[in-house]
Write a protein that binds this ligand. Sequence first.
Ligand code: GFB
Length: 316
Amino acid sequence: MKTYNLRGKRVWIAGHSGMVGGALVHRLQREECETITVDHHRLDLRCQEATAAWLKIHRPDAIVVAAARVGGIHANSNWPADFLFDNIAIASNIIRVGCEIGVEKLLFLGSSCIYPRDAAQPIAESALLTGPLEPTNEWYAIAKIAGIKLCQAFRRQYGCDFISAMPTNLYGPGDNFHPENGHVPAALLRRFHDAKIAGRPEVTVWGTGQPRREFLFVDDMADACVFLLKHYSGDSHVNVGTGIDLTIREFAEMVKRTVNYEGRIVYDPRRPDGMARKLLDSSMLTDMGWKARTSLEEGLARYYEWFLANFPVARH
Ligand code: GFB
């Protein structure tokens, strides 16, 4: 297996203030490398000239593209233009200039929503572009597919060691706790917590509760990124998941227990369910020797601990 030695390297985490980027900055402290970050108020990654100028000054050896416009099912359908344009711009600006300045290793991060709505489960990397996408997130998915293809194209044409990883649904410290725009873990953690504090008798969960999702703790994702940076160099994107999924109903019960909320759960079927199931086949990664360590129960406990210590700092 080809390896990349991080020792002494300057690694730029694009998107360090996001949930994954933050976990990566933390995880990379255990490697003997230097991490570089730039605040998004100082550099707009959607701007081609500014991104090129910044990269040509700072010249990282390696890059992780963790910067993205992200959001849950509601945010995706509300801002299709932003989800499509911003994410394509961020990926193409960084990848093209990364090639120009001779970056040794680049890891692009996508999402499990790149796969067709009716993909066979668990979803293998080979399912990409074999059918129509789930309409609730097709804008974001198309931008992330473009990112995968950019890595492959620059690898083929210019020999760049650019790789990509597709995580399943993530949760953890630094998540976005906005009640409407975030993903289901943050939305429910906050909703159950608020209901407990206010003594409300019930909490509403969107949709039917029937869809199935796989959840990965963000520290495990950061660890997988470091593993891939060091040990993977290939054309195919790589799935990152736990191999275990559960229904939203089961997940809501778990969050309720984590928060210790004693009221009822009601479902609102007027809200979209999205994809029925998206369990990743992560055997490509596990065959390389990596696997997730944090159980959902333990991850949710750490998530709630972080929320309690940081709220109202938790971004929303
Ligand atoms: O997390 P979520 O928005 O992401 O929704 P997706 C997951 C499931 O949880 C859906 C249900 O079936 C929702 O209907 N759900 C229940 C809720 N209550 C809530 C709630 O209060 N808030 C939210 N957000 N959902 C996203 C994509 O899809 O997955 C993104 O939109 C990205 O592009 C991300 O790929 C990983 O799994 O449906």
